[in-house]
Design a protein around this ligand. Sequence first.
Ligand SMILES: NC(=O)c1ccc[n+]([C@@H]2O[C@H](COP(=O)([O-])OP(=O)(O)OC[C@H]3O[C@@H](n4cnc5c(N)ncnc54)[C@H](O)[C@@H]3O)[C@@H](O)[C@H]2O)c1
Length: 532
Amino acid sequence: MAQSTLDSMPGASTGTVVITEPLNFWGGKRVKPREEKNAEPVFEPATGRVLCQMVPCGAEEVDEAIQSAYAAYQKWSKMAGMERARVMLEAARIIRERREKIAKLEAINNGKTITEALVNIDISWKSIEYYAGLAGTLAGQHIQLPGGAFAYSRREPLGVCVGIGAWNFPFVIATMKSAPALACGNAIVYKPSPMAPVTAVILAEIYKEAGVPDGLFCVVQGGAETGSLLCHHPKVAKVSFTGSVPTGKKVMEMSAKSVKQVTLELGGKSPLIIFKDCELENAVKGALMANFLTQGQVCCNGTRVFVQREIMPQFLEEVVKRTKAIPVGDPLLGSTRMGPLISKPQLEKVLGFVSQAKKEGARVLCGGDPFVPSDPKLKGGYFMSPCVLGTSNTLVNGGTAHAQSALFFNTQSLSTDNCRDDMTCVKEEIFGPVMSVLPFDTEEEVIQRANNTTFGLASGVFTRDISRAHRVAASMEAGTCFINNYNINPIELPFGGYKMSGFGRENGQVTIEYYSQLKTVVVEMGDVESLF
Ligand SMILES: NC(=O)c1ccc[n+]([C@@H]2O[C@H](COP(=O)([O-])OP(=O)(O)OC[C@H]3O[C@@H](n4cnc5c(N)ncnc54)[C@H](O)[C@@H]3O)[C@@H](O)[C@H]2O)c1
């Protein structure tokens, strides 16, 4: 067996780690690609160096992986839930034991800080523990019928499921899909994003070590073509997809051809509403948590920050001060709070959104520029300074915003210097560290504006008025509403979208329903009464 990447990592630092290939896994082992010809380089975002090659799987390889998953499914689905739980708990234990090494690899491949990567790995083993806990509880119902007849329902797995992931939470997405799938007795073939292909195979090795049948969790590498082979394969029962809305639509369309079940976890442009009666310091902290984790590349981020007009100056002053103080740099340093974006094109795209915002009349209150860290090894990295697009020119000129607020907010210039709801930066998912701040006056108005989007992944509200908090939460057309905090997504809570942000759920008990199906068994105890 190939040497595990984790074995070669003690003391790993940015710019030095060597990734062990191949990155495919099925039949219980890493599998070399048949052909190297379509290889794509995978970059280390902090340095811009080539980390490894991603070689996409073709039709024969995809088929091999799916057949190996199907064979494993035949064994795994016949085991009792408690037996599956025992194996899953062992996998969770191994991840916990190796959390630092896995987190390092995640930070190196994705660019997120080691501090966040560690939190991500902890979410991952918790996810496996959580669904291991549910595996023994899966049950149906017993229903009495007339004449002593009865029926019962059995909760059964779907078969071979496919997971297709985005690059922003590579290890988390692989575990969040595989944990409920395996708990229910399915096998899963997982395709990571071609930009973050490194850690899924580590998860496969850990499941194997924990004792799953060979083939139960397979990894195939590739992009759109490999993804589409998976969605079309006749032996696949379900596709769970995490990614953008346009790709999600294609996945749904392809899966419809053979009536596969689909879960879609798509993008967002979520509102965060801050009322004037909020606890301001917490609201500011919440706004930062809503925008800058993983360099702003988080699907449920609250990137439209609506602030009640009376507290706008104080809010902006604080938010800009804290945004400017975010240490950007080497993701493997414990003191860093923001690393590089995933790729050069993503960095250019995000900077493009900032220039477009300026053209459309938004004011850059801080950041929004390429950033070159002082460490020479990071010169080729994809860094930018975190950005706040705002409403007030009083701040950038210095002076106390408090004193100037009354004056400023009564002037006509407001309408020309603002983020507005119709700006591109406010309407589209940027997927980078860019917060748009918008003023509002009344609750009724802000609810209408917050919901005026085709997305519906998350939302947030800061207020000390308990009735208002729940009223607003009930009004949000979104799968989650955070009250007086943001981006709190523990594994026990269902997560997923309304509207074009998708359907189906991940996490929480409900996800069992998305990875299982009910069979009804009807039992006659007497004679057959025939009409014929
Ligand atoms: N709702 C959630 O839980 C969640 C979580 C993370 C990211 N996201 C969203 O993901 C997006 C960013 O991720 P991305 O850029 O990797 O998204 P993407 O849609 O470009 O790619 C996602 C995955 O789909 C694959 N893919 C691409 N074309 C395909 C095709 N034709 N058939 C099958 N698979 C195909 C990609 O290779 C990748 O693995 C953002 O919109 C973000 O909001 C959502």
